[in-house]
Design a protein around this ligand. Structure first.
Ligand code: PBG
Length: 322
């Protein structure tokens, strides 16, 4: 007898009944690039549709995000001045801190997550303090605590460290707990690879390293077991959400985390993944909308509960329409 799996694919309605995964607006986090200054609304060349905004220009974008019911934004700051250690990151009047206050005042329901890192703020573009041509882990942790508290004081709803320093989560958790922010959650960029897919982001955030690369802190794309180790440490140190980054080339890692940790799993659909689909779409080589939806659905199927994506607005529009 033939096993007839096609029986359950006959019509759209039966396909709806047996469909295992679904992408929803509730899954989405939209990244925002906020630049210090005025009157800035600059399209990022390698990320069509994505702009850097100064605060005085961001309302239209935020109106749209909230009208589309996207639950959260992830903030990246682009400061007007950089230095060796990224001191602007813990300036209570820094660009991210101002942005948090602006958003919480004018869009109180929008959930504000901040990227906690240094590379946009350091003159050398690395994610911490440099000693002997490499990022000094523990010196960076001291500054990380200061940055975290500054974001918390400004009113961030969640902090998300992306620097891949050892001891990041425990340092931030203790700093937050000791200052009364015991209720503020941390989303760990727990398994973050040293990836070429970040290329367009580094244009966007002006954060490419001026020397060397990030291989002494970000993970080797060849490694899977090590991802489990990284996630275990973040889990034990108390990260509330574990993230995998990038997403599309690391769906196996997303599934590993989903199977092994009892925490919400997020993934970051990064700039290069966005740029590839946009570029092929522009050329008419793929059906951009369908490829976008299929790749995001694959992240859900792999086990992601949350997807950080530059496609968030487009996806939300489609989901509202359908
Ligand atoms: C900063 C950071 C990066 C991204 C998010 N936070 C770049 C990097 O590590 O070089 C990448 C996001 C993207 O490519 O969309 N550490």
């Amino acid at each position: 007898m033939i096993n007839r799996t096609r029986r359950l694919r006959k019509t759209e309605n039966i396909r709806r009944l047996v469909r295992e995964n679904k992408l929803t607006i509730d899954d989405l986090i939209y990244p925002l690039f906020i630049e210090e200054g005025e009157n800035i609304e600059t399209e990022i060349k390698s990320m069509p549709g994505i702009k850097r905004f100064s605060l005085d220009k961001i309302s239209t974008e935020l109106d749209e995000v909230t009208a589309l019911d996207i639950p959260a934004v992830l903030l990246f700051g682009i400061p007007s001045k950089k230095d060796d250690t990224g001191t602007e990151t813990w300036n209570d009047d820094g660009i991210v801190q101002k942005a948090i206050r602006f958003i919480k005042k004018n869009y109180p329901k929008l959930y504000v997550i901040t990227d906690v890192c240094f590379c946009e703020y350091t003159s050398h573009g690395h994610c911490g303090v440099i000693h002997n041509n490499d990022v000094d882990n523990d010196a960076t942790l001291v500054n990380l605590a200061k940055q975290t508290i500054s974001h918390a004081k400004a009113g961030a709803d969640m902090v998300a460290p992306s620097g891949m320093m050892d001891g990041t989560i425990i340092t931030m958790r203790e700093a937050l707990d000791n200052t009364g922010y015991y209720d503020l959650p941390i989303m760990g960029y727990s398994v973050k690879y040293s990836s070429a897919f970040y290329g367009p982001f580094r244009d966007a955030a002006d954060s490419a390293p001026t020397f060397g690369d990030r291989k002494t802190y970000q993970m080797d794309p060849a490694n899977r077991d090590e991802g489990m180790r990284e996630a275990t440490f973040d889990d034990v140190e108390g990260a509330d959400i574990l993230m995998v980054k990038p997403a599309l080339s690391y769906l196996d890692i997303i599934r590993d985390l989903k199977n092994n940790f009892d925490r919400p799993i997020a993934c970051y659909n990064v700039s290069g993944e966005y740029a590839m689909i946009k570029a092929a779409g522009e050329k008419g080589w793929i059906d951009e909308e369908r490829v976008m939806m299929e790749s995001l659905l694959s992240m859900k199927r792999a086990g992601a509960d949350i997807i950080i994506t530059y496609f968030a607005k487009e996806v939300a529009k489609i989901l509202k329409r359908d």
